[in-house]
Design a binder for this molecule. Structure first.
Ligand code: NAP
Length: 689
């Protein structure tokens, strides 16, 4: 008896209602192994109470997540990634039953888990150890400097619903889960029915790990029922799948009337262009052929990023067609359960039927079959089963509209000859917006021209040549640190992209207040806010004692001509502005010889330092350094150093302190401003004990 997949809702694994299933056959769907036809699982969400699932996410998951800082969420994701990594062999076995080969499984499973590590790192390295993210700097809004502004990002109070495509049951979930979780969003995952048994296995482990706060993740296997009816303005739907479903979901009243955010990654007719500078026998020619064959066959072409439109110079059409056909003939197509298989079936016989129908649509519009499935030919005797489609290369004139409109979501690409770059650019834009494009050329003029002209229609563009080929991750691989998504037909979504995708799920708000109030709100000292200069030197305080606004003022110290000479000789920096009075005076910026900027920074360090061993462990850099007023011999420097931001590290006995450094002269003119970055012990009493 085939298992019925449970859903994880309201803190428990829930079976669909037997009563409804008995009365209504259509409420249950069956998942098959497309290679063997074996029945794998039955899927149904019949009987789930969707409003309570949404409430549970909002009222249990949301508050628990928002209690945690970005760093705490990041540490959890890292632990979760390690936990899933230890169990990956089981997912790989299951992945073979989705039609994916072992290599396809790497993209889905290992690629998916790696996004968790990547987002853990974004949270811990690029975000503060708090629950509010500061977006950009402080804006001065008034002359008297009592009124300032700052953009802050906070966690929305709703739920993020993922509706995912069948092609990546693990990656599709985790690449969205990582940023949503860091953003403080409880997540409801609805995987595509095909492949949902694999998503289910991973979620089962995630829940069993006990690493996530309760309510942070729920799983719905089967239809989402009336779930959208319960979403409002604080909620988000992130959809991946067909343009048709994207349009119908975008038209739902929750999006149209109640302000639910809706992001879509939909069909995409991605292009790859072979530059006119490339000749057969060159490295770029071989790279183009290899990349196209990889994109057609990896995951049997069921990748939203796969190359669908291959643009080649007219004169190379036959050479490329021959080389690609030859390479495709070498690809071993078969069951993923056989280790030698290089390309498996499509996810289901229905999907294979859809792909064959899409090929027929493109060929009946005028495209020719170079190799592979030919709709006008009787079925090949060597076809393995109805779920398989041979890798199919078509060629067509770019004027044929179907080539730019019909996405055959399988091992299919069309060669499109172009006569000039202007012609090629026009052809690319007929895709009306795609996730990714690639340019294979070693000519910077060609690359720049095509890239700048086609970028507005794309979320990502790979430029591939002999210099980066060995290390390139390829046309089809979205990376956690780079944007994945595309305008227009591709859905207009923007996933991944490092911190960008986390902020995507948060609310940005411009806050206007006084400097002291803004400091209190954000936990980050704002210039013009109160400084606390009394008491212990701030370098003598560990993180348990240090407060935002704690300040040390050092100086004044006079800068002499001898100091400047000595610094020039000692460092070897004998630039004329420091050593030649006449030449310096002729410079539009200087009154005569001036002190080195680095001398100013060095003297400032000497003025604020506390030499004895203490909680400050190291200075690990400066940021935002600007030299503003030149320092002439005889000028007197004063430095004001203020604790600006304190970031204790979750997993270390120390944290980071960012100090605001302000160097002024005897006339109170600002000489230099910068941030000093230090590592400071959290609690010296603990480390001494
Ligand atoms: P789909 O039919 O649009 O399904 C995508 C997801 O939406 C699945 O989870 C599906 O659930 C769900 N869904 C379908 N109808 C729904 C509705 N009325 N309300 C709520 N959810 C609904 O797409 P697919 O079958 O996964 O793939 C088909 C096409 O999508 C492909 O041929 C390709 O063109 C495109 N695709 C695009 C990307 C991309 O990233 N751009 C990725 C994969 C696929 P069920 O599975 O339970 O029906």
């Amino acid at each position: 008896m085939t298992d019925i997949l449970t859903s994880y809702v309201l803190g428990a694994w829930a079976e669909p209602s037997a009563e409804i299933l008995t009365e209504n056959d259509s409420a249950v769907r069956t998942v098959h192994d497309p290679a063997t036809g074996a029945e794998l699982a039955k899927v149904s969400s019949a009987g789930l109470n969707f409003p309570t699932i949404v409430d549970y996410a909002r009222n249990t998951g949301g508050p628990a997540l928002r209690e945690l800082t970005f760093h705490q969420r990041g540490v959890m994701l890292k632990k979760l990634g390690a936990y899933l990594n230890e169990r990956r062999d089981r997912y790989h076995k299951l992945s073979l039953t989705t039609g994916a080969t072992a290599r396809d499984g790497l993209i889905d499973i290992d690629g998916g888990i790696s996004t968790l590590f990547s987002y853990s790192s974004v949270a811990r390295r690029q975000m503060p150890n708090s629950t509010t993210y500061l977006d950009g700097g402080v804006e001065r809004l008034s002359k008297g400097q009592t009124f300032v502004g700052q953009h802050i990002c906070t966690s929305r109070r709703g739920v993020s619903v993922q509706i995912n495509a069948f092609n990546f049951p693990v990656w599709g979930m985790l690449e969205k889960f990582g940023p949503m979780f860091i953003a403080g969003q409880p997540v409801i995952v609805k995987p595509a029915t095909s492949g949902s048994h694999l998503t289910h296995a991973v979620v089962r482990d995630i829940i069993a790990s006990g690493l996530l706060p309760e309510g942070a993740l729920q799983l719905i296997c089967g239809s989402i029922g009336d779930l959208l009816d319960h979403l409002t303005e604080q909620d988000t739907v992130a959809f991946t799948g067909s343009a048709a479903t994207a349009h119908s979901l975008a038209a739902h009243p929750c999006v149209q009337k109640r302000g639910t955010r809706f992001f879509a990654e939909a069909d995409s007719l991605n292009f790859s262009l072979l530059g006119p500078d490339v000749e057969p026998g060159t490295e770029e020619f071989d790279l183009y052929v290899k990349e196209l064959v990889t994109e057609m066959t990896a995951k049997s072409g069921q990748k939203c990023t796969a190359i669908r439109r291959a643009l080649v110079p007219e004169k190379l059409l036959n050479a490329v067609a021959d080389a690609v056909s030859e390479a495709l003939a070498e690809v071993i197509v078969g069951s993923p359960h056989d280790e030698t298989t290089e390309m498996g079936p499509l996810v289901s016989t229905k999907q294979a039927d859809d792909v064959r129908a899409a090929i027929a649509k493109i060929t009946s519009a005028g495209a020719e079959v170079v190799c592979g499935y030919n709709p006008s030919r009787p079925k090949g005797a060597n076809e393995l089963s109805a779920a398989f489609v041979e890798p199919t290369l078509l060629k067509a004139h770019a004027e044929i509209a179907a080539v730019h409109e019909v996405e055959a979501f399988g091992p299919v690409a069309t060669l499109l000859p172009y006569s000039s770059l202007a012609d090629a650019i026009e052809t690319v834009t007929r895709g009306r917006g795609s996730l990714v494009g690639s340019l294979i050329s070693h000519d910077p003029v060609v690359v720049r021209d095509v890239l700048v002209s086609t970028a507005p229609w794309h979320g990502r563009i790979l430029v591939l040549d002999r210099d980066n080929a060995r290390e390139s991750t390829g046309h089809g691989a979205p990376l956690p640190t780079l944007v994945h998504g595309g305008p227009g037909r591709a859905g207009g979504g923007e996933e991944l992209g490092g911190i960008r995708s986390v902020l995507h799920y948060m609310q940005r708000t411009a806050v206007q207040a006084s400097p002291d109030m803004l400091t209190a709100i954000t936990g980050t000292w704002v210039p013009e806010a109160t400084r606390h200069t009394e008491g212990t030197h701030p370098f003598a305080k560990d993180l348990s004692e240090l407060r935002i606004g704690d300040t040390i003022v050092g100086g004044p110290r006079k800068v002499t001509l001898e100091d400047i000479d000595c610094f020039a000789e000692f460092t070897g920096d004998t630039f004329y502005a420091h050593t030649d009075e006449d030449a310096a005076a002729a410079n539009p910026f200087f009154p005569g010889r001036v002190a080195h900027g680095y001398l100013v920074v060095s003297f400032a360090a000497g003025l604020f330092v506390k030499p004895e061993p203490g909680p400050v462990l190291a200075n690990y850099g400066l940021e935002n350094l600007r030299f503003i007023t030149p320092v002439s011999p005889g000028d007197e420097l004063t430095v004001t150093l203020t604790a600006k931001q304190i970031t204790p590290r979750e997993t270390d006995a120390y944290g980071e302190v960012r100090w605001d450094a302000l160097v002024t002269n005897q006339d109170a003119a600002v000489v230099a401003t910068y941030d000093v970055l230090t590592l400071v012990e959290k609690d010296t009493r603990k480390s001494e004990a």
